[in-house]
Design a protein around this ligand. Structure first.
Ligand SMILES: Cc1cc2nc3c(=O)[nH]c(=O)nc-3n(C[C@H](O)[C@H](O)[C@H](O)COP(=O)(O)OP(=O)(O)OC[C@H]3O[C@@H](n4cnc5c(N)ncnc54)[C@H](O)[C@@H]3O)c2cc1C
Length: 483
């Protein structure tokens, strides 16, 4: 299989897609100043198939023996899952593809159930999967609806369009209407994989739709949100190039041909699709969040060192929190792979471990950011800009006064504080704080999955036996564990 080049990827974005950004309809996302950096970034990821990163991102297709994108080879065992985990981690650090394969793998996982309703769904999913793999396509996961009043189901809302729904069907396909929100990368991909957000009620089948559409399909408008933090990479080492990039995707009566429809009104399948995606995405999330934890830990430790406070008891306590959380996430990634379940030859990460791991990250993240700010001091918010730092009247003074008083250079310290500002105190930090909590599902979703799987009945039975409320259910009489 021929992997695409960055140039070919850029060319494919010039297809008449309707992308809005900063109040403008963008004619060509690859050249417009608001979108060209993101377009180039997405395209550049293809370079990883051609340079020495290919050993990370290329794998052998077990069916054909051909070299394909590793993310498009369904993992067969724990080792494959861990190779996938390493590739996600590596891509976050050094750039590389991450093309929405979670969505297509999830659909393949539930394809047998979908086929029971209509064999066409499974065929369509299989064709989509093979096309995406053979043609090296990029995909966005288009799942989150705008939802309105969360206490109501879609059909109870005063406006029926607040969840994407089917409004018509004819000999050519189905017609969908609505707006999906927060979609990563939608302005720059080849395919949009549209999925239902959650299990729908039986009296609202029109909301249970899954399909695949190209971004330039008539009736689709994509609205990209990106914030710029100025020109200086020195001032914003992480935010340089823009913060955000998620999109609203508006389906204004879009015709989806039958051969691209994966679900059409089967309510009972919306839950399994959402659960499957949640699981794959949360496993990927743990992997891509590991480098973030390392950034936080490294920044905290370096900051403590630069301030000469690393041995203080309260700082050691805080550094422990970074080490503990980073180690825990690493353990969850390994354990979820080792305890995988294999279904139809595909290894699925362990559901409970994955959800507990993602919850651990999301619930600890903001405390770690607070610790980082505490360790680093006010200067992470107030440090001089590069323009002032380099001003000829001020440069020598800043080099002196930003130093530690030991034989070091104030510039290294300023560079670290700038990175910490991006991590903890500026627009990038705000975006990461929201991402930590909500991306791949808010905390309640992980709680729900964990509660669903934990065996409280067994735990209650154990206590009943220990306290003499019930006789032992098995051969042995339980004794309290000695401590
Ligand atoms: C940076 C970023 C990138 C993202 N990328 C994508 C993407 O590529 N594709 C995609 O599809 N989505 C994406 N998302 C969206 C993400 O999956 C959602 O944000 C997430 O599922 C939470 O949904 P929500 O934002 O609507 O909040 P909600 O889930 O509505 O949560 C808001 C609050 O309401 C509570 N709540 C919700 N419903 C109820 C209820 N019925 N009863 C009681 N409480 C309730 C929640 O617990 C929470 O406290 C992204 C999000 C971010 C931040």
């Amino acid at each position: 299989m021929a992997f695409r080049t960055p140039e070919q990827a850029l060319e494919s974005m010039r297809d008449g897609r309707q992308v809005y950004s900063g109040g403008e309809l963008i004619e060509d996302v690859t050249t417009h100043p608001r979108t060209r950096a993101r377009a180039a970034g997405s395209a550049q990821a293809f370079e990883a198939f051609h340079d020495d990163r290919r050993e990370i991102f290329v794998a052998e297709d077990p069916e054909t023996g051909e070299e394909v994108d590793r993310f498009m080879v369904p993992p067969a065992n724990a080792e494959d899952l861990l190779a996938r985990a390493r590739a996600i981690d590596f891509g976050m650090r050094y750039g590389g593809p991450s093309f929405g394969s979670d969505a297509i793998l999830s659909l393949r996982w539930v394809a047998p159930e979908l086929a029971e309703h209509n064999p066409m769904y499974r065929e369509n999913i299989e064709t989509a999967f093979r096309q995406a793999r053979e043609q090296n396509l990029t995909m966005s996961i288009v799942m989150s609806d705008t939802k309105g009043d969360r206490s109501k189901h879609p059909s109870q809302l005063g406006d029926p369009d607040l969840y994407v729904r089917k409004v018509d069907e004819n000999a050519d396909g189905i017609v969908i209407r609505g707006m999906k929100a927060h979609i990563s990368g939608a302005a720059f991909v080849d395919e949009l994989i549209v999925l239902p957000t959650k299990r729908m009620r039986d009296d609202e089948p029109e909301y249970s739709v899954a399909c695949m559409v190209q971004p330039n399909t008539p009736g689709i408008r994509i609205i990209e949100r990106i914030d710029y933090m100025g020109e200086s990479q020195f001032d914003h080492p992480l935010a340089y190039g823009g913060v955000g990039g998620e999109c609203f995707v508006w389906f204004d009566d879009v015709l989806v041909p039958w051969d691209r429809v994966f679900q059409n009104g089967e309510n009972e399948l919306a839950g399994p699709i959402a659960y499957a995606l949640g699981l794959w995405q949360r496993y990927s999330a743990m992997c891509y969040k590991k480098p973030t934890l390392e950034m936080l830990a490294g920044a905290a430790a370096l900051s403590a060192e630069y301030l000469g406070i690393e041995k203080a008891g309260h700082i050691q306590d805080k550094l422990f929190e970074f080490a503990m959380t980073a180690s825990a996430i690493d353990a969850f990634i390994q354990a979820a792979a080792v305890a995988c379940e294999t279904r139809d030859g595909v290894a699925i990460p362990n559901e409970t471990i994955t959800n507990v791991g993602k919850y651990t990250f999301a619930s600890k993240y903001h405390e770690l950011v607070k610790n980082l700010i505490d360790i680093s001091g006010a200067i992470v918010a107030t440090a001089p800009t590069e323009a002032d730092y380099r001003h000829e009247d001020l440069h020598a003074a800043f080099k002196k006064y930003l130093g530690s008083g030991n034989a070091d250079d104030g510039e290294d310290r300023l560079r670290l504080w700038n990175l910490i500002r991006d991590l903890s105190a500026d627009a990038k930090a705000g975006h990461k704080a929201v991402l930590a909590l909500h991306a791949e599902g808010s905390l309640a979703a992980q709680k729900m999955m964990t509660m669903r799987n934990y065996d409280f009945e067994a735990a209650k039975q154990y206590v009943k036996e220990l306290s003499g409320i019930s006789p032992p259910a098995g051969r042995y009489t339980p004794v309290p564990p000695s401590l």
